[in-house]
Design a protein around this ligand. Sequence first.
Ligand SMILES: [Zn+2]
Length: 232
Amino acid sequence: MHTLKEMKEALLHLLFPHTCTGCGSDILPEDSVLCLRCLHALPETCFEWHPSNPAEKIFWGRLPLEAASAQFYFTKESLVQHLMHQFKYKRNLELGRQLGRIMGEQLKKSGRFTADALVPLPLFPAKEKRRGYNQATVLCEGMAEVMHIPVLDKAVLRPEHTETQTKKGRIERWKNMEGKFVLADPGSVCNKHLLLVDDVITTGATLEACGLELLRGTNTRLSVVTLCIAAR
Ligand SMILES: [Zn+2]
C-alpha cells in the first residue's frame, strides 16, 4: 500500500525526472541535485583547515584578512567546470545553494571562519539584470542556511560606468571600473567580522578591491571564501 505522498512523488518523478546535474544518474540523495558519486568526486582543497594556504597567500601584502579559503580545485573539462557552467549560465540555482551549503558546513567544521555576516561580491547591476541573479548571492543563501548568519547584499555596491570615463579607451575604462566598489551602508558592517564570498578566485584583484572598501567600516574584520580556485 503506497501513501498518497509516495504516489505523488512517483508521479512527479515521471513527469519531471530528477537527475544528477553532474552525470545524469537518477539515484539521488534527498534534497540533492548531485548523486553520491559526483559529491565524492568533487576535488576538495581542504584549505579551510590550514593557515597560510594558497588562497590566503594570494592576499598577502594586499588585503589584511582573518582567513581565506576556496572549496574546490577548478580545472578545464572537469566536473567542477561543468557545475560552474550550470550554476552561472543555466540558472541552476538549486545547485548553487547546495554548493553553498557544502561550503558552509566545511567552514563551520574548521572553526576558522566564525563570521557575523556573509557579503556576496556584487556584480555590475546591468550584468546581474541580464543574468537574473548574482551567483555569489546564491552561494551565500546556501551558506546562510547552515552557518545561521545573515547575508548583507546591500552593504557594498558596484556602480556602473560613469559619464566622465567616456573619453578613455575601452580596455582602460574596464580596468578602471573593475576595482570600483562603494561602501553604501557603513553602519551594517561596523564591529563585524565579514565573510566576503565569490564563485572563483584567480588573481584576487576584484576581491581585493571589494575587501578594501568593506574594511573602511569601523572595526570591521574580513575573511574571504570562494567556491573554487584555478589549479596551478
Ligand atoms: Zn552524478
